[in-house]
Write a protein that binds this ligand. Structure first.
Ligand code: OTU
Length: 643
């Protein structure tokens, strides 16, 4: 911007529909966020307008639509916006706990989810991520990740009234509803795609379309493959168009063309409308892919970040109580950018939360290698969080565990990265191990892609016969969850893990699912196991009780809030992960043994650089006390506090 920005026309546009009583507070929000919004969108789209005035007119229209969303925002949500404006760290606290499930698999439909609120409360859940529930493509739809209508609910799951009722009931129970927002693509039967197929030039330009293979072939040289077996390549020939359309994922998921400002404006408006239904957090799907640039992998491009930053500004203006969560399954070094930066003068807010996908994958590697070296590199590569942001830490989710994000760390001690990661992948597919998962999208045992399977199957429950084997499986599952509770972020429980639910092979009988073995770990929630949740004689109960207990302890440990410091320690034995959380004079000390051996640790040695080395310690998990030497049994974790 060459001259100082004249905010007046934007304010007029924004306020034109807003009740006078709100003008002062909305004006303050605009004053705060307009400069960034203006600059970011100008950098993205400025050159598409004849001059700056034309750009400003377009932005004023966008703010007019934003103002309509503000005017329509229900009062309870406005109250939430106000409360969260004064408690900006609300989602980073030690009490935050997520739970993730498919609506139909967990509870049949949206009304059913409401009935399950007591289950969520028993665990202490404060954030419920329901996997895609908007109207999806007819037929195959990637578990709802091919959206046909952003303003309608998938009919078999309910309707908008059900969603609004559910979100209020959750809010009353202290649980924020998180919805997927699939912003990279729409289904090929979304009205925009249909209009494009019918030859409407306006909507054709909502997508990337090419008359022949020249551009696609050129792009393909650098692109990866998300589904190399079932959806090879990144472009699909569309007969109606007689053109190639960019389809990073399945051929029926058409990538949106974010170089078109109309796409950005329409998607932003769709998000704000959903926020007004009571959605308090959006899981922004596939954020890494939002911008394409020839000669690159078309991931993590600076413009993809600008799109997210602009969305953030609009959310901060219209619905500041709402959270944005980035789903970017990328290398550790690429992750922090999704949380923005606030290095003094140049503050750029982006998403509030981001999945720490490489930490998740690395924790599984540590189990197979019985060595935490690779995971320690991930720790070392994870910078402190910007203010008012948090990691999303997790063990499993509805997708595969992708091993390729670990290539940088895996290459540090090994020359043959491919071999190292392929070994991990084979381990989890049950090759000579306790695990009972499967490889995702690769028959070739030398290829590295991903691993599928429920956590219980991967940690050994499904192969365990003896009490000892079951005990070890449980310890492994709890160790990974314990790390996700203590690392520094909001942990997410994947539905069924709290009951050690096993794999579900029934997808093989469902034609629309059989080719995608991620369905192996998308079971129907098991009510029988749930009924046994308090019986420690049962695997389900033993896991449920232990997790519930850990979570109860976690809520009492302010050191575990996401923003608290983290110091990685050097535990001599590479099987042990040791780190401090919180202040170094009253820390929480996490110790985890990722091996099947029992290991003795000398506390003075471990803490030689800290003046707490001669402390007495208590394990918060069982209240046992220890001083000079600590013995860590196979796959055991300790949460130590100073006595
Ligand atoms: C996301 O995932 C979703 O989580 C998947 O369920 C969808 O299939 C996909 O987008 C398309 O909407 O790379 O960062 O298992 O890790 O597809 C985006 C592969 C993604 C997923 C991958 C992923």
């Amino acid at each position: 911007m060459s001259v100082a920005l004249n905010t007046a026309p934007f304010l007029t546009a924004l306020l034109s529909n807003v009740a006078p009583g709100m003008h002062a507070s909305i004006e303050a929000r605009l004053a705060k966020h307009l400069p960034n919004l203006y600059q970011t969108l100008q950098a993205l789209y400025g050159d598409q307008f004849s001059d700056e005035q034309a750009y400003a007119t377009w932005l004023a229209e966008l703010l007019q639509v934003t103002g309509e969303a503000i005017a329509a925002r229900p009062l309870p949500l406005q109250a939430l916006d106000t409360a969260r404006s004064t408690d900006k760290n609300w989602f980073t606290k030690e009490n935050m706990l997520g739970y993730c499930c498919y609506v139909d698999r967990f509870a049949s439909d949206l009304r059913g989810v409401r009935q399950r609120i007591p289950h969520l409360q028993e665990l202490g859940v404060t954030y419920l991520h329901l996997l895609p529930f908007l109207k999806a493509r007819a037929g195959e739809n990637d578990g709802g990740f091919a959206v046909a209508d952003f303003d309608a609910i998938e009919p078999r799951l309910g309707n908008m009234a059900d969603l609004e009722e559910l979100s209020s009931a959750l809010r009353a129970a202290g649980i924020s509803l998180c919805s997927d927002f699939i912003l990279n693509h729409v289904a090929d039967d979304h009205p925009w795609a249909i209009a494009a197929k019918q030859g409407d030039p306006h909507y054709r330009d909502y997508f990337y379309h090419y008359p022949d293979r020249t551009a696609p072939d050129n792009f393909e040289k650098n692109l990866g493959q998300v589904f190399p077996q079932v959806a090879p390549g990144n472009f699909s020939f569309v007969p109606e168009l007689q053109e190639w359309v960019w389809t990073t994922f399945y051929p029926y998921q058409w990538d949106l063309n974010y170089s078109n400002p109309k796409v950005f404006a329409d998607m932003a408006a769709a998000l704000l409308r959903l926020a007004n239904r009571g959605v308090e957090a959006f899981r922004l799907d596939s954020t890494a892919f939002l911008w394409k640039r020839a000669g690159t992998k078309c991931m993590n491009q600076p413009e993809a970040h600008q799109i997210l930053q602009a969305l953030r500004s609009l959310v901060d203006i219209a619905a500041p109580g709402v959270l944005l969560k980035a789903e970017a399954i990328v290398e550790t070094a690429e992750l922090p950018a999704y949380l923005g930066s606030n290095d003094g003068t140049n503050s750029k807010q982006e998403c509030h939360l981001a999945y720490h996908s490489s930490l998740m994958a690395a924790s599984w590697v540590a189990l197979t290698e019985q060595d935490t070296s690779l995971m320690r590199h991930v720790f070392a590569g994870t910078p402190a969080l910007p203010e008012q942001s948090s990691w999303l830490t997790y063990v499993r989710c509805h997708d595969d565990i992708g091993w390729n994000v670990l290539r940088p760390e895996a290459s540090i001690e090994t020359e043959d990265v491919q071999q190292r990661l392929a070994r991990v992948s084979r381990f989890y597919s049950g090759d000579g191990s306790y695990a009972r998962g499967a490889s995702f999208q690769a028959d070739d045992p030398a290829a590295v892609h991903g691993t599928v399977g429920m956590a219980a199957a991967l940690t050994g429950f499904s192969s365990a016969h003896t009490a000892t084997e079951k005990h070890l499986a449980r310890q492994r599952l709890l160790l990974l969850y314990g790390l996700s509770f203590c690392f520094g972020g909001m942990p997410l429980i994947y539905m069924g893990d709290e009951l050690a639910q096993a794999n579900d092979e029934t997808y093989l009988q469902v034609p629309a699912q059989a080719a995608d073995n991620r369905w192996l770990h998308r079971p129907v929630w098991d009510r029988e196991l749930y009924a046994k949740r308090h019986s420690s004689l049962h695997d389900a109960g033993a896991v449920f009780n232990a997790l519930a207990h850990m979570l109860q302890q976690r809520r009492q440990l302010p050191q575990l809030a996401a923003q608290e410091a983290r110091h990685l320690l050097n535990a001599k034995d590479p099987a042990v992960l040791a780190f401090l959380r919180g202040s170094t004079d009253a820390p929480l000390l996490f110790l985890g043994n990722f091996s099947e051996n029992s290991i003795n640790l000398n506390m003075a040695e471990l803490l030689e650089n800290y003046d707490i080395s001669d402390s007495n310690w208590m394990n918060q998990l069982d209240k046992s006390e220890m001083k000079t030497t600590v013995t860590l049994q196979a796959y055991t974790q300790l949460w130590l506090v100073r006595k």
